[in-house]
Ligand binder design. Structure first.
Ligand code: NI
Length: 219
């Protein structure tokens, strides 16, 4: 990456930090930092175009569709405005906005395929942050934000077939593990992410085992 590109990354990072600092729903600035770092790590191994990877990682949650009544066009629009302000070349803006539009998880039965390697890397990095120890913390934090119970034994997991159904579901948080988090390991795109996902997945399974043992009063 050249000097000019590095300057752009810095400016965009600053702007995102200002906007997302203090967010409490699990899409805060530190989530962006983790995804950004992971995307840099995977991007280098996979030999990707790093300006696109880094910008998309930084801007991917600038307006999460789940907080705009299911409108998934807001994120790319805001990202475009920011990138135009810093005179990023049009071709790069288009790539980054395409990635942001395509990448979020919209239900077990809804396909979200990425068109580019750069998109696959950012999607993988975002999904890695949704599983494992951090994923567990973020899931309960989000559940609290949405006033959801942690667990309801009467409610069985639902594999949502449309984005609308997934968006409307008010699942208890434990159910969300089965409707999203445990499905992510098999949805990783890159080899590097697949490997990383295994350990994080196993940890969640161990966590759930423990959770149910304690729930049932067995330990
Ligand atoms: Ni994210």
């Amino acid at each position: 990456m050249n000097n000019e590109q590095q300057k752009i990354i810095k400016k965009v990072a600053n702007e995102v930090k200002q906007k997302l600092e203090g967010e409490e729903s699990g899409h805060d600035w530190w989530h962006i930092v983790r995804v950004w770092n992971m995307a840099k790590h995977i991007g280098k191994i996979e030999d990707a175009d790093m300006i696109i990877v880094e910008l998309a990682a930084l801007l991917h949650d600038i307006a999460d569709w789940k907080f705009y009544d299911g409108d998934d066009t807001i994120g790319p629009q805001i990202a475009r405005r920011i990138l135009e302000k810093y005179s990023v070349p049009a071709k790069i803006i288009d790539c980054v906005c395409d990635i942001i539009a395509d990448m979020s998880f919209k239900g077990a039965g809804v396909k979200t395929e990425m068109k580019t390697l750069e998109g696959e890397i950012v999607q993988d990095s975002d999904r890695l942050d949704a599983i494992g120890a951090i994923g567990i913390a973020r899931t309960f934090s989000y559940g609290g934000h949405e006033n959801r119970p942690i667990h309801d034994p009467a409610q069985k997991p639902i594999m949502h077939q449309t984005k609308e159904d997934y968006f409307k579901s008010g699942s208890p948080t434990i159910k969300h593990f089965y409707e999203k988090l445990l499905l992510l390991k098999n949805r990783m795109n890159t080899k590097t992410a697949k490997k990383l996902a295994e350990g994080r997945h196993r940890f969640m399974e161990e966590y759930l085992d423990k959770f149910f043992q304690e729930w049932d009063g067995k330990i």
